[in-house]
Design a protein around this ligand. Sequence first.
Ligand code: SF4
Length: 305
Amino acid sequence: MRMIEKNGRKDLAVVYLAEMKNGRMVEFVDSCDPTVGGRDKKWVIVVSSQFGCPVGCLMCDAGGNFKGNLARTEIISQIQKVFEENPEVDPKKCKKLKVQFARMGEPALNDAVIDVIHWLADSYPDAMPCIATMAPAGREHWFESLLNASQRFPEMQLQFSLNTTDPEMRDKLIPFPKMSWPQMDDLGQRFHRPGSRKPSLNFALSPGIPVEAKRIAGYFDPEIFAIKLTPLNPTYTAGENFLQCTKDHEEAQRLVTEKAQEFSVLGYQVIESVGNMEENAIGSNCGQMVRKFKAKMPEYAEALA
Ligand code: SF4
């Protein structure tokens, strides 16, 4: 791995841009939650699992320009680089070490992600892996392996990115073959362990994108599933696709809180995740740093294409 650039604030989030074999680039994130304390209390590392992404969601800067899966060692090297950058913290002593497979790429399309999760269990058994997936069709064996691997951790998080309750809109936003809702429901039920964190259904809210809580209640049991709501981040791709995003924190919070109430009255636990608007300026949304770099360095980008 050759480091190219890093951007951000150590007390919030740092995004790294690195070059792997054959000039392919990845981004990964080292972040902590200033409201909770330092990295010894909560540490969130977000890694890429693919070079670009074949899914091509309309709101995501990582989509398109897919150049293959990362190998096991290439994913692990992102985690190790973040540890190296923080020599003062022992990751084994961190109270909540989360490793999210949620940066560039759809993790369920890469078998090496399962190997990395087993490596994590061997090396950092108290860590909490977190998989954010749009649940691609035809990857049932991958999810079976994930279910097996989840038994090795006290907790693992599974997040399904739904983004809308309108099936046609969902096909537009996430233009890739997907599991049906009953299939996702079945997986979530098998993944759920009573007393531990529920699998979540994630929605990135935008005024123009329908999200009907009652429709979700017809498929997903609130005893099993939680709802996670975020405002749709102002990415380049979202702008190009005319999706409405907000950069105003209060407006974003209002959008999320109103929708949260609709789910809460139906009995769902709702996680409201508005985040820090400064993270958008840092470029902490998927694919933003690679995209910015290519825009700055067109000749280099051409050589990598
Ligand atoms: S949101 Fe995830 S699945 Fe969709 S294009 Fe981005 S990285 Fe791929």
